[in-house]
Write a protein that binds this ligand. Sequence first.
Ligand SMILES: [Fe+2]
Ligand SMILES: [Fe+2]
Length: 132
Amino acid sequence: MTGTALPTDLTLGIDKLDEQHAGYFHLVEKVEAAAMSQEPCHVVQETLDVLIDYIDEHFSTEKAMMVETDYPELKPHQQEHVYFVRRIMDISEDLRDGDCPVKNGMLEFMKDWFTNHILTTDTRLVAYLKSR
Ligand SMILES: [Fe+2]
Ligand SMILES: [Fe+2]
């Protein structure tokens, strides 16, 4: 997926993960654009659901890498993923229930959580993968 360059400080050096992280931010921008426009609520939710599928795919990619390499921090890393997916699903449900426009702070949460996860948890995973 193209369209949004990943800032240098978030580039970890494993192409597949860097591309997926960039893809995530690209889709967040789409959600943001839908949320800021006069689009009906269901359009915002549809863009968010595309993002949810994408997150799922990305987390599956990381899980496969962790399983394949016997990563010792697999469980806590997975728990962070599970927490995040739950939060995003909650937001999607709120939208479905008509809680629209998008809640204040939702987009900030989506950007901040993911950025922080890349800078800490994913960074440790990539260091491990590179050290092998
Ligand atoms: Fe990641
Ligand atoms: Fe991760």
